[in-house]
Write a protein that binds this ligand. Structure first.
Ligand SMILES: Cc1cc2nc3c(=O)[nH]c(=O)nc-3n(C[C@H](O)[C@H](O)[C@H](O)COP(=O)(O)O)c2cc1C
Ligand code: SF4
Ligand code: SF4
Length: 268
């Protein structure tokens, strides 16, 4: 069972890649939160994976919330691992995860981190597609190794991208206080398609006379609304528009294929 959260497809791709290589299934944390599905029954010795993007050296708020409600019915000895996707450094995100899991009676046996394209376009420019492809190709190579270690139930802290983790708590707390939706602005280019509202995992966006409005004062800050807008009409401060949009397209194709396969199985 692989629980994942993803705003722009990186972590979703990682979760699906690992599911395929380790003969496992993926479970979307967004969907669980939307449907308030927190109880899961594990198979004997089942592996449990958590895949998530790093936000300000910590976990996305939605993942924290999910873990606080998660209830797993165990069966035998389970192997638990996590994979963080990040642009540069994870800080103490996996330690934060380990702490929350221990409160649910789970030990985290292995942690991994994979560098992928950094979707924080407040700072980073994502317009160079060649550069993006290079980063994600290298991630793919590292992922094969992660799949091998997970298949072998290898234990260890394999995350080599922690950076200045001792100050993570301060950085992450500061970020959590600043997750305000008031900085989101919509330009005249908006065509009223409603995709931003549909993609928001926090239910923070509503459509009002054909235009999105943020109905919650804070959100998980995944930037899915901004990156997946078909006309780049959503800004978060002065830099995001010129820094471009990013989405790991492979993730969308994999998701469609997965849903089609599932439907075929259910029909037969
Ligand atoms: C609000 C925000 C904060 C982020 N903070 C970090 C960070 O502290 N360190 C890092 O390496 N990457 C950071 N990133 C980049 C993402 O972790 C990275 O792009 C991730 O792979 C995105 O995953 P996703 O496509 O599954 O959403 C941040 C991104 C966002 C949107
Ligand atoms: S996704 Fe973009 S174009 Fe569509 S409603 Fe939202 S802001 Fe407007
Ligand atoms: S408002 Fe945008 S950034 Fe915030 S959670 Fe929703 S989709 Fe993500």
């Amino acid at each position: 069972m692989i629980f994942y959260f993803s705003g722009t497809g990186n972590s979703e791709h990682v979760a699906r890649f690992l599911a395929e290589k380790t003969d496992d299934c993926v479970i979307s944390i967004s969907e669980c939160v939307k449907t308030m599905h927190y109880d899961f029954k594990l198979k004997k010795r089942e592996r449990i994976g958590f895949v998530y993007p790093v936000y300000a050296w910590g976990l996305p708020y939605i993942v924290e919330q999910f873990l606080k409600s998660l209830s797993l019915e165990k069966y035998g000895k389970h192997y638990t691992y996590s994979v963080a996707t990040c642009g540069a450094a994870t800080g103490g995100a996996d330690m934060q995860l380990a702490k929350l899991l221990s409160k649910r009676g789970l030990s985290l046996h292995a942690t991994f981190a994979i560098k992928m394209v950094d979707n924080y376009t407040v700072v980073f420019n994502v317009k160079n597609e060649e550069k993006n492809a290079k980063i994600n190709d290298s991630a793919e190579e590292q992922l094969k190794n992660v799949a091998f270690l997970v298949n072998n139930r290898s234990g260890g802290y394999y995350n080599k991208h922690r950076g200045l983790w001792p100050v993570s708590n301060v950085v992450h707390k500061g970020f959590n206080m600043s997750r305000k939706t008031s900085l989101f602005k919509v330009s005249q280019d908006c065509i009223g398609c409603g995709k931003c509202a549909k993609n928001c995992p926090s239910g923070a966006i509503s459509m009002d006379y054909g235009k999105p409005i943020w109905v919650k004062s804070s959100c998980t800050m995944c930037f899915a609304c901004l990156h997946r807008c078909p006309v780049n009409a959503i800004n978060y401060g002065p830099t995001t528009k010129r820094n471009g949009q990013y989405y790991f397209e492979k993730a969308e194709k994999e998701k469609t294929a997965y849903i089609e396969d599932k439907n075929d199985i259910e029909e037969n």
